[in-house]
Design a binder for this molecule. Structure first.
Ligand SMILES: [Zn+2]
Length: 474
């Protein structure tokens, strides 16, 4: 028997998340009966009420994992990693240097959220992991420079590339070759975007676009939306609210959008669209910590002109000064976590501002089913809602916009796939089930790729040098 017949070069890829939270992709590189390498790309938390029971995925066995890649520091990608450490995972967690710098802030935030939920006696609330598990997780983290080859096993390597989705985000390329078999290349986009105010626009190296035998595992959060469909309403809403002398609550995630929001306020101030008497409040411990890291930490790769993104007249809010600042007579713009309104200081601001006609509450992206953010948007004006046992009328104007989304839209994802010259297959992940199916059809229609799989919708996929070999029903 020749070497090439005894040795195969295949990768089995399974996605665990049906929707857009709780991201986890498990891969098994199979090169002979004995030579198997198992790795995970991300291990995130589920968010939203219907996922309470699925807060982590118990079917992933850490003792059978040889490596983990963390694409970026968002809770739905990194949030469950301490569970692996808790259950005995002892191998490396590869991530970029900026992500490793910021990860500690994220886990402190998760521990506070667990504690907050226990204190409020929320259904199913518990310390899902503790500070010891977080410490173990951070110790397992292996910060990697972008574009540096990681040797996982013999003839099995990985490389992280910069990704504009978030400061520290990576695209991960895994390359496998054994004896005289054809190479298999798998490119994981992670959450992907092609622009970011805080980063230089860095393209993938030319050789990556020319890789042979490539399968792309792409996200598809906005797989049914084109970039031209996104309405840019935020600046107009904020400007109009200021002209009407209303106070504004801007809710956003702690890393990425929080800093973007502050920067956009600074831009409006410079254009004279926010009156000089407006006070700017920044609230949310982790949001403030990330903001100072963006401004000061040289390892994050923030472009130099973006280091000074703070607006003028800004006050940083904490538990001690919150009530006093909230009740000053000045009109204010409050930038606060959490993005979906469920946690953090949003829980103080929403009940205060929701009943007031001269208030605007503005969400800045996806709000999961069952979250306070989603409920407020669905509630008719004048109707009431119960928040932590207090019934409150909705009189404030409520808006949401996806213009700050850090995910590429369907047309941009298609353009990205088309840049590669030898794509054998595409696997679609990270999107609502119907959105993923729709985007899969679009890939087949608009690119030269003939085989497209959908992760998390009931199938795993066996990938070889020529792309999908077969699908396996879960
Ligand atoms: Zn993300």
């Amino acid at each position: 028997m020749t070497e090439s017949r005894r040795f195969k070069n295949q990768i089995v890829i399974k996605g665990y998340n049906e929707g857009v939270t709780g991201s986890a992709i498990r891969c098994i590189v199979e090169r002979s009966f004995y030579d198997k390498f198992r790795f995970l790309v991300d291990f995130g938390f589920y968010q939203g009420a219907e996922y309470e029971e699925l807060s982590y995925n118990d079917t992933i066995n850490p003792s059978k994992l040889d490596a983990v890649f963390l694409t970026h520091n968002h809770f739905d990608h990194a949030g469950a990693l301490p569970l692996l450490a808790k259950k005995g995972y002892k191998n490396k967690i590869y991530t970029s240097i900026p992500t490793s710098e910021l990860l500690g802030i994220a886990y402190d935030d998760s521990l506070s959220i667990f504690a907050e939920r226990i204190k409020e006696k929320s259904k199913g609330a518990k310390m899902i992991y503790n500070s010891g598990d977080v410490r173990k997780t951070l110790d397992l983290t292996k910060p990697m420079r972008y574009q540096k080859t990681i040797n996982l096993a013999e003839n099995l390597t990985a490389i992280l590339f910069e990704n504009q989705h978030l400061v520290g985000a990576s695209i991960v390329l895994v390359r496998s070759k054994v004896y005289d078999t054809q190479e298999v290349n798998i490119l994981f986009t992670g959450d992907y975007n092609n622009k970011n105010s805080f980063l230089e626009n860095i393209e993938l190296p030319e050789w990556v676009y020319k890789l042979k035998n490539l399968t792309i595992v792409t996200e598809a959060t906005y797989g049914d939306t084109n970039s031209c469909d996104i309405k840019h309403v935020w600046a107009d809403n904020v400007t109009r609210a200021c002209m009407d002398e209303k106070s504004i609550l801007l809710l956003c995630f702690a890393q990425g959008r929080f800093q973007e929001m502050l920067y956009q306020i600074k831009c409006l101030q410079e254009q004279g669209k926010i009156p000089s008497d407006y006070l700017i409040l920044a609230d949310g411990k982790s949001g403030i910590q990330y903001s100072f890291s963006y401004a000061q930490n040289k390892k994050l790769g923030i472009s130099s002109e973006m280091k000074n993104f703070f607006p003028s007249k800004i006050e940083f809010v904490n538990n001690k000064n919150r009530q006093a600042l909230l009740h000053t007579h000045e009109k204010k713009i409050i930038v606060s976590t959490s993005g979906m309104g469920n946690f953090g200081p949003a829980r103080t601001y929403i009940p205060e501002m929701l009943p007031l006609k001269n208030s605007v509450i503005h969400f800045s992206g996806y709000t999961a089913e069952g979250t306070l953010g989603r409920k407020l948007q669905e509630l008719e004006c004048g109707e009431s809602i119960s928040i932590s046992g207090i019934t409150i009328p909705k009189r404030a104007e409520i808006y949401n916009t996806s213009e700050f989304s850090s995910h590429a839209k369907a047309d941009e994802l298609i353009a990205f796939i088309k840049k590669f010259s030898n794509v054998r297959s595409v696997l679609v992940t990270h999107g609502e089930p119907k959105t993923k199916e729709k985007f899969a059809k679009r890939v087949v229609k608009e690119t030269s790729v003939n085989k497209v799989g959908v992760l998390g919708n009931g199938y795993s996929y066996r990938i070889g040098p020529y792309g999908i070999i077969k699908s396996i029903q879960d």
